[in-house]
Write a protein that binds this ligand. Structure first.
Ligand SMILES: Cc1cc2nc3c(=O)[nH]c(=O)nc-3n(C[C@H](O)[C@H](O)[C@H](O)COP(=O)(O)OP(=O)(O)OC[C@H]3O[C@@H](n4cnc5c(N)ncnc54)[C@H](O)[C@@H]3O)c2cc1C
Length: 219
């Protein structure tokens, strides 16, 4: 049995709670398939920000990097609490009424405190993020120089109050009396497809070449 996040109100799903999941297996499966999180936080003047950003999950941490001069980087430096959401869309649902049009999806919302990583923690997190794109690639790269390291904030959002919501199925939810309505109804699957890697001309080595089968190439 998978461990469960200790998510409490107001972070628990209210509507359609049968679609809510708090177990780590479901949450990690979604996070490890996505590439982009939308990270929300409240700025100094109380204004909301939601920023799309590349991330990598490591255990119960969500790692992302940001320019040290970016709003996100500056907020993380202050330890501001953030919320990161990740959404995978599996299909668009065309029902016989506008009301029942919807999507089948898997999503995660993770709330928690943030902090900046430093020293060896920071360097290992940066390598981890490269390896998320192709396992083992970081070992082949030119090491980062001091300027690059200074210019990059590495943010850790602890996975604490975490919710997954999963909507599955092959058919629209319809009112029984709508089923004879004369309009096309069904689903259109949506897939993320990765292409064949195209090498940049001046490349001199095949080391760290993205594989055709790996975490990024699930389909
Ligand atoms: C692609 C997509 C399209 C959607 N379209 C619609 C739409 O058109 N209309 C609509 O009403 N809803 C839509 N939803 C569902 C929507 O995300 C919310 O789940 C919904 O508004 C109900 O929220 P709530 O009142 O239960 O939770 P809220 O009270 O709004 O939020 C409480 C907590 O529940 C958790 N939570 C809420 N929603 C999600 C979620 N999707 N994934 C993970 N955790 C969540 C979060 O931790 C949040 O802090 C869509 C979801 C996705 C992924």
């Amino acid at each position: 049995m998978s461990e469960v996040y200790p998510t409490e109100k107001p972070y628990r799903v209210r509507r359609t709670p049968d679609r809510a999941h708090y177990d780590k297996e479901t949450v990690h499966g979604i996070l490890d398939e996505g590439l982009v999180a939308h990270v929300g936080y409240v700025g100094d003047k109380g204004e909301p920000h939601v920023i799309p950003i590349f991330y990598a999950r490591r255990g119960d941490e969500l790692l992302f990097h940001a320019s040290s001069k970016s709003g996100l980087g500056l907020a993380a430096k202050k330890g501001v609490s953030m919320c990161a959401t990740v959404t995978l869309i599996d299909s668009i649902v065309y029902a016989r009424s506008g009301f029942h049009h919807s999507m089948k999806f898997r999503s995660v919302a993770a709330h928690g405190p943030t902090e900046l990583l430093t020293g060896d923690d920071k360097l290992s997190a940066l390598d981890f993020m490269v390896d998320r794109l192709e396992p083992g690639r970081a070992a082949h790269l030119r090491p980062m120089n001091i300027q690059e390291i200074k210019a990059t904030h590495v943010v850790r959002l602890m996975l604490d109050q975490v919710t997954a919501k999963v909507s599955v199925g092959d058919a629209p939810n319809e009112e029984p009396e709508d089923l004879s309505w004369p309009v096309w109804a069904g689903i259109v699957p949506v897939d993320t497809v990765y292409g064949v890697p195209r090498q940049h001309d001046p490349s001199v080595s095949d080391a760290g070449r993205p594989a055709l089968a790996g975490p990024m190439f699930r389909k």
